[in-house]
Each structure stands twice: as structure tokens, then as C-alpha cells.
Design a protein around this ligand. Structure first.
Ligand code: CP
Ligand code: NVA
Length: 333
């Protein structure tokens, strides 16, 4: 293997830490691992590796992708929920990191403060993978970009348009990934939810090297014109549930519906969502959980979610192939 792509021992905390070539290498490895899985070939590249999966927040895709991805290659994943361990409670995060690093070969962390995953990465002595923090969700971007590549055959020059909460972990991570890999990235969001200026500046500097463009606008009609991939996420992320009402007021005009799809002017546009998505979510008594806020649908209409434009389940499956690639590249043989 080319030494430039030797990622052994590296943490995977943010795409900003990886070069364009390294990210493309991870995507290529994901394709290879996906082919291998489809062919029914069992792997051994993580054989003998114990993998800790720390979750402060809940998860379906990320947890399952790490679990199945590790097992497929002979690894042994261990789920550690927020009430199972002492992380930051009776001992510091740095102490937990040093203990886990003596026992495990790799650590996944999902939680709130991005600083927590950085402390784990600094002190554990084994590869640490960010399975989502309030700031970034980098493994998701690999799954998203693999899906875009499968649809369009390339990433460079693709118009990727994110609509919704323009300052959350998804908006941030899609921006870093686009800036690195040369996509034309647009955030369409109300001014109050625009991303951090410093991060935009950093991404614009990277964009100069890769040929990407970074555009931030609050115009939900003009902003989506020419999109190849239209992306949205929940209007209030995990930990921000208290902001739902305010977000609904701010983001109502930014719902991805058929009118927005038409406004792209691109019949071949694809719809992406990291999931979980509020498009038909019901409570135990059968009430749509957002009806209490006086709206019928949230970030995406059921019509778009279930339409021919939607690639959300390819995207979800690709989480596993890409997460497996991250583990294999940083820890495997
Ligand atoms: N997209 C994603 O990270 O899903 P989970 O929250 O279910 O892991
Ligand atoms: N922005 C969402 C992403 C979920 C995968 C959240 O943080 O809840």
C-alpha cells in the first residue's frame, strides 16, 4: 500500500484532519469492502481486535454499523452506554481513556462535547473514532459521499445543497468534506442558523485548493437551484429538543417538499438525509409527534422521502461499509 495512505493508528475525529487523497482512499476501501460483503466473503482484518463503543446519545445506524462492521472482519465490539461507565462522572475522561486504551484496541465515541472525543483521542493510545458530537459527524459524510459517488460517478463538481439547521454537526461536516473533496456546497438556512464564521473561513481556504465552492444563503428558492443532491437533517438535533418550537417557526420555509425538488430545476436530483427523519413518526397514541406544534410535516415531506429521488436507505447501508473502512484502515491488517 502507498505510504501516503497508511492510516494505521490514526484517530478519526474530523475530516479536517485528513487529506483529500486519504478521504478518497477511505471511500475506495469502502467500495472494496462493500463488494466483498455482497460476495459473501467473510473478512479477518480486525481479527482479535476488541472495540469499545461509547454512546452518550442514542443511535441506530452508527451503533449497528460499528457492531456489524467490526464483526464482519472478525473484531469484537462492546457497547458501553452512558449509564454503564464512569466517563466524566467519578473519573475524568482522560482517566477513562487511559483505562480503555489498556484493554481495547479501538474506541468509538458518540456524545455531546466535541472536546470529549478529542480527550479520548489524546489519552487512550489507540485509534478513536467520532461517531457524532455536537460539532461534527464525520463517518456520516463518508456514507453520504459514497452514495453520491454511486449515483453520479464522481464527487468533484457535484452541487451538494444542505437545507435546514445550517449550524449543526451535519451542516458543518458536509462543509468540511465538500471543501476537501471539491464539491460545490451550499447551505440554505435562515440567518439565525448560519454556520460559525471561522469554520466557513477555514473551509473556504481549503476550497481554494480543491476547487470547491462554499455558499451560504437564506433564500430557499434561489439557494436550491441547480442542486444535484439535496440534503436535510432534523430541525433540532439530539440535546436541542427544547428548541423545537423556535426551530419550527424558523425552518418552516425550508422544508424539503416537491416544490423544492422542482425548484432545483434538476430532474435527476437525489434526496439525502442522514436519518432518523421526521416524516411519519408517530407516538404510542398514533399522533404524529410534530402535530403538537401545529404542523403537518417537518424537515421532509413523506412524498419526497418515499419518492424516486430518495436515496436515504442506500445512504444508511453505506454507513456500515464506510465505518468498516475507517476501522480497517486505522486498526486492521
Ligand atoms: N445517521 C445516524 O448517525 O444515525 P443514528 O443516530 O441512528 O446512528
Ligand atoms: N444532527 C443530528 C444528526 C443525527 C444523525 C443530531 O445530532 O441529532
Amino acid at each position: 500500500m502507498n505510504m501516503a495512505f497508511n492510516l494505521k493508528g490514526r484517530n478519526f475525529l474530523s475530516l479536517l484532519d485528513f487529506s483529500r487523497k486519504e478521504i478518497n482512499y477511505l471511500l475506495k476501501l469502502s467500495e472494496d469492502l462493500k463488494d466483498k460483503k455482497r460476495a459473501g466473503i467473510k473478512g479477518d482484518r480486525l481479527e482479535g481486535k476488541n472495540i469499545a463503543l461509547i454512546f452518550e446519545k442514542s443511535s441506530t445506524r452508527t451503533r449497528c454499523a460499528f457492531t456489524v462492521g467490526a464483526r464482519d472482519e472478525g473484531g469484537m465490539p462492546e457497547f458501553l452506554g452512558k449509564d454503564d461507565i464512569q466517563l466524566g462522572k467519578k473519573e475524568t475522561v482522560a482517566d477513562t481513556a487511559r483505562v480503555l486504551g489498556r484493554m481495547f484496541d479501538g474506541i468509538q465515541f458518540r456524545g455531546f462535547d466535541h472536546e470529549t472525543v478529542e480527550i479520548l483521542g489524546e489519552h487512550s493510545g489507540v485509534p478513536v473514532w467520532n461517531g457524532l458530537t455536537d460539532k461534527y459527524h464525520p463517518t456520516q459524510i463518508l456514507g453520504d459521499f459514497l452514495t453520491i459517488k454511486e449515483n453520479f460517478g464522481c464527487l468533484e463538481g457535484i452541487n451538494l445543497t444542505y437545507v435546514g439547521d445550517g449550524r449543526n454537526n451535519m451542516a458543518n461536516s458536509l462543509m468540511t468534506g465538500s471543501a476537501k473533496l471539491g464539491l460545490n456546497y451550499t447551505i440554505v438556512a435562515p440567518k439565525k442558523l448560519h454556520p460559525d464564521e471561522d469554520l466557513v473561513e477555514e473551509c473556504r481556504e481549503l476550497a481554494e485548493e480543491s476547487g470547491a465552492t462554499i455558499t451560504i444563503t437564506d433564500d430557499p428558492v434561489e439557494g436550491v437551484k441547480g442542486a444535484d443532491a439535496l440534503y436535510t437533517d432534523v430541525w433540532a438535533s439530539m440535546g436541542e429538543e427544547g428548541d423545537f418550537e423556535e426551530r419550527i417557526k424558523l425552518l418552516k420555509p425550508y422544508q424539503v417538499n416537491m416544490e423544492m425538488i422542482e425548484n432545483t430545476g434538476n430532474e435527476d436530483v437525489i434526496f439525502l438525509h442522514c436519518l432518523p427523519a421526521y416524516h411519519n413518526t408517530e407516538t404510542e397514541n398514533g399522533q404524529k409527534i410534530y402535530e403538537e406544534y401545529g404542523i403537518k410535516e417537518m424537515e421532509v415531506t413523506d412524498e419526497v422521502f418515499e419518492s424516486k429521488y430518495s436515496r436515504v436507505f442506500d445512504e444508511a447501508e453505506n454507513r456500515m461499509h464506510t465505518i468498516k473502512a475507517v476501522m480497517v484502515a486505522t486498526l486492521g491488517k
